[in-house]
Write a protein that binds this ligand. Structure first.
Ligand SMILES: *Cc1c(COP(=O)(O)O)cnc(C)c1O
Length: 420
């Protein structure tokens, strides 16, 4: 057994505020499944160590913020490059969607090609810390492929529960990393419940970012990075940080990271968060605007990574978005496919549908007057486009067919570019 960082004070319930010590725990025993626990840190002590000068000499990955991560400094870190993903200034895309300044942060550049590696890496370290040799999750998407990859990197076994109708390419990514993949005859909910029961029975660690209090701390590193990046003379801190929202952990985590960077004095204000859901799966947008408790919705969108009808972490998402004076918006699948083309052609980044939903949301927010044309924004591109070729093909169109002849080629070029 290892002990976690001394900067971690404990866990606090987001509903009743009860404090709990660090441990292999999930939701609040008093409040049940709705009582998500939130890791608390000693910011005065962190501030003395994690200074601008200290960060200068640290490696360019998410572990540079070790004092703010709920892991033990004694557990060896995965050797893969996680975090400190590139930030690009993309003026042509900015002009197209009608904003003065636009940055993209490409989180598709993480080891398994999605933002989820920031959280899975914390999950595998916690499993080792608690002395467990197996980690499990129920998912067909990036959480699963990320977990399989990170478990392989640190030498843990992984068990993934998937529903009957999981897409073949994603199953292949799990299998190549050596995960034990179990197709459950039933729905995603059935797979989720079986996974939780199996973890309890067999002593596996449960990587379920909706309720696991530690994983979301990995997601906040993107917020820490944005704060640090713009504290170092790289231009003004953007007015908006735009994130796609499924379960709500990503936007909630990024919000927490930005709040921490303000508390530590790296930035003077927290940018406004714009949370983006798909029209067909927008329960958090509804709860945000109604001010009422979340009502589960359909989960009907081609952006499978944010197709969540029953999100578990919606309170954290809404709390952080409100704390930043932010907004929430929903976009159609058509707008997402448009954003996929635009982000690739004008930004040079190929994102999966959920990965570019933020670009679609920002465009709609500008048209709707929520975001002003003279403001600035950074969109987190949360996953790589090669993850979902079927959707990409819908956005991309078809190749031309030509005989191996220069004359034929010239004729074809005239046909497809008649005026040039
Ligand atoms: C998981 C995921 C999201 C949304 O994160 P939540 O924590 O579920 O809100 C967005 N984009 C991609 C690519 C994802 O895999």
């Amino acid at each position: 057994m290892y002990t976690p960082t001394k900067f971690l004070k404990g866990l606090s319930c987001n509903l009743c505020g009860t404090e709990y010590p660090h441990g292999n725990v999930f939701t609040c025993p008093r409040c049940g499944m709705q009582g998500i626990l939130d890791a608390q840190f000693d910011y005065d002590a962190v501030g003395e160590v994690m200074t601008t000068a200290a960060l200068e000499s640290r490696p360019l990955n998410q572990w540079r913020y070790m004092e703010l991560l709920p892991v033990s400094p004694e557990v060896p870190l995965p050797h893969l490059q996680i975090g400190w993903t590139p930030v690009y200034d993309v003026p042509r895309l900015a002009r197209e969607i009608g904003i003065r300044k636009l940055y993209l942060k490409d989180d598709g550049r993480n080891p398994t090609s999605s933002f989820k590696d920031r959280a899975s890496s914390i999950g595998v370290l916690k499993a080792i810390e608690f002395g467990l040799d197996t980690i499990a999750c129920a998912s067909t998407g990036n959480a699963a492929s990320s977990l399989a990859g990170l478990a392989a990197a640190v030498g843990l076994k992984s068990v993934i529960f998937i529903p009957d109708r999981a897409p073949e390419p994603k199953v292949t990514q799990l299998l190549i990393f050596g995960a034990t993949v179990l197709k459950v005859h039933g729905t995603y909910e059935d797979a989720f419940d079986l996974c939780r029961a199996a973890c309890e029975k067999f002593g596996w660690y449960n990587r379920n970012s909706g309720t696991n209090p530690y994983l979301v701390e990995g997601k906040k590193t993107a917020g820490l990075e944005i704060g640090e990046y713009f504290s170092r003379d790289r231009g003004a801190l953007p007015d908006w940080v735009v994130v796609s929202v499924g379960d709500g952990c990503t936007v909630g985590g990024i919000g927490k990271g930005l709040q921490e960077m303000r508390q530590l004095g790296f930035i003077e204000r927290v940018p406004r968060l714009l949370g983006v859901q798909a029209e067909g799966a927008r329960p958090i947008v509804e709860a945000f605007h109604s001010g009422k408790d979340l009502v589960p919705s359909s989960s009907d969108t081609l952006a499978d990574s944010i197709a969540v009808g029953t999100p578990r972490n919606w309170r954290r998402a809404i709390k952080q978005i409100r704390a930043s004076c932010g907004e929430m918006i929903a976009v159609t699948d058509g707008e997402i496919l448009d954003a996929m083309r635009m982000t690739a052609r004008l930004g040079g980044i190929f994102g999966e549908p959920a990965g570019v939903a933020g670009v679609a949301g920002l465009r709609r927010a500008i048209r709707g007057g929520i975001v002003k044309p003279d403001e600035s924004a950074i969109v987190v591109i949360t996953g790589n486009g090669l993850k979902d070729i079927a959707s990409a093909k819908e956005a991309a169109g078809e190749a031309f067919i030509v005989e191996p002849s220069l004359d034929e080629l010239e004729m074809l070029l005239k046909k497809i570019q008649p005026c040039s």
